[in-house]
Write a protein of this length. Structure first.
Length: 536
């Protein structure tokens, strides 16, 4: 490194070194390891034929692994807002990454605030992507992107002399560097399928920055009498898909093979040639080249582009796995392992070529397992036993679960009760009420998920009300037992009529139980905007 990431005075103060505070009833630390857009199947312990994740595999072998964990919506901002507020997107009014704010986000109380009010030091390293009061409660922040008043990766990489190399990475998706204005488009080229080999040296990626700040913090915790809550949030394997050579060299993308287990090239996704006409409209558009970054039409003419993207995604996962290993090793070396709860999860998934689609196609659908089913690994030393759990759980459950497990007081100024369910009894091997269904809901599509079935229903959109092709496409129904790859849509099959009606009733129950205050506010905003536009 040209310059080691320094621990600031505020970091040491937050660690309790400057205050001398004592807590005879010190509670366990909480380390929330997080990634953006990690397809749950892309881990070694999940039986993936190619990807290398030895550190996540080890963590999983010591933890409760939730096989049926789901995000509340398959896009970053509302999913993360649900995680950190314990509220569903419909209540928050956050159904998309559209930049619109809601008064609800300034009424919710963040998970970090709960920890802080219970005597914890709080840290956020890496990508937060939160808004309003849901981003409150942090003692120390080291962000991924530039924000006034925050230390961040982009400024740091500029100081190291590698901003140009990172700008080439960033432009693989955005067509410009991170410090360039939007008007400076085409300063750098985009990459086919948002993919490009990075020229950054090892140790200078966004993932390295997040990990090294986390590691430095841990090295200053050993003698602290206060517990900590740390959110170490990696930007990847989200696009742009720009791995460094060290990790890309671990994958042979020269041709399709049968998977690493047989010593051959990467394996083609089983539903790669999903018929275009069976996909929702936005995915169809991607296939036909309507998105010039996700130029899937070009890639189907040259499948090397698909292999480059898929291999790059695996390489990014492997880099995250490496840094998770370094963080856990530091926990062990500092004697913190036995007093620290470790959680690994993600905000949503990525297609990784399944269905012949790139990234998450977020504005067009909210139904496929590749996007909604997320990794969730939970280790509470001395309390949880290594196991696989098949109950329906969600990111929204993490807030109430940690409050319950640790006996934390919820903030007094909460105007909404937490809407997730505590998984404490489930984690501790006690009886737990079984969820009959779970709903993941975006602005365009609400999906009801049960043990064996999934129903995706198109909605009257609050955002982009002019979009009617989604609803014209028709609702979607999958039977996991017969159709695990989610290719055939059985919505019109007479065999499933009663089951579909039952899932529709579940959605009605969800709507009755979970307030849509934020959505109502958005509708009023739309009406006000329309009225102003007419009067211009």
């Amino acid at each position: 490194m040209k310059e080691k990431i320094a621990i600031s005075a505020v970091l040491c103060a937050a660690a309790g070194l400057a205050t001398g505070q004592v807590n005879a009833q010190k509670k366990p630390n909480v380390l929330l390891l997080f990634s953006d857009q990690h397809n749950k199947s892309v881990m070694g312990f999940e039986g993936h034929p190619d990807v290398l994740t030895p550190n996540l595999d080890r963590l999983a072998s010591e933890s409760v692994v939730f096989d049926r964990a789901y995000c509340t919506v398959g896009v970053s901002v509302p999913s993360r807002m649900s995680l950190m507020s314990g509220l569903y997107p419909r209540t928050l009014g956050m159904m998309a990454n559209d930049g619109t704010t809601s008064v609800i986000e300034d009424k919710a109380v963040s998970m970090a605030t709960m920890f802080k009010e219970n005597g914890y030091d709080t840290y956020a390293f890496g990508k937060r992507h939160l808004r309003g009061r849901i981003d409150d409660g942090w003692d120390v922040i080291k962000a991924d992107a530039v924000k006034e008043g925050e230390e961040n990766y982009v400024r740091w990489i500029e100081e190291q002399g590698y901003l140009h190399k990172f700008s080439l990475d960033w432009a693989a998706e955005f067509g410009r560097g991170p410090l360039d204005s939007p008007e400076e488009n085409n300063k750098y080229p985009t990459g086919d399928l948002g993919t490009r080999m990075s020229a950054l040296p090892d140790g200078y990626t966004m993932e390295a920055y997040t990990a090294m700040n986390t590691i430095d913090m841990l090295k200053h915790r050993k003698d602290s009498d206060k517990p900590f809550f740390c959110w170490a949030s990696f930007y990847r394997p989200h696009q742009p898909y720009t791995p460094i050579k060290k990790y890309m060299d671990m994958y042979d993308v020269s041709e399709w093979g049968e998977g690493r287990v047989n010593g051959s090239s990467i394996k083609m996704p089983e539903n790669f040639y999903h018929p275009t006409e069976l996909l929702p409209p936005m995915a169809q558009g991607q296939r036909k080249g309507r998105n010039k970054v996700w130029n899937a039409d070009k890639a189907f003419q040259n499948e090397q582009l698909w292999r480059n993207y898929i291999g790059s995604y695996y390489a990014l996962v492997t880099e995250i796995d490496h840094w998770i290993g370094e963080i856990i090793k530091t926990l062990e070396e500092e004697g913190l392992e036995d007093e620290t709860i470790i959680i690994y999860t993600a905000d949503h998934g990525d297609f990784v070529g399944h269905h012949g689609v790139v990234e998450k196609c977020a504005a067009g659908q909210n139904v496929y397992e590749d996007i909604l089913n997320i990794p969730l690994i939970f280790k509470y030393p001395g309390k949880t036993k290594a196991s696989r759990n098949h109950e329906l759980v969600s990111l929204i459950d993490i807030y109430p679960t940690l409050a319950d497990l640790l006996g934390l007081d919820l903030p007094e100024n909460m105007i909404y009760e937490l809407q997730g369910e505590s998984l404490a009894d489930l984690l501790l091997g006690k009886r737990h009420p079984k969820r009959k269904y779970f709903v993941s809901e975006s602005w365009s599509q609400a999906t009801v998920i049960t043990d064996n079935y999934k129903l995706g229903m198109w909605k009257e959109p609050v955002i982009r009300p002019e979009k009617t092709d989604f609803r014209d496409f028709g609702d979607m129904f999958f039977d996991y037992r017969k159709n695990p790859l989610e290719v055939e849509n059985d919505y019109s099959h007479p065999e499933y009529k009663k089951i579909i009606n039952k899932l529709k009733c579940y959605y009605e129950d969800f709507q009755a139980r979970i307030p849509d205050d934020g959505v109502v506010e958005r509708i009023e905003q739309q009406k006000t905007k329309s009225a102003k536009d007419k009067n211009k």
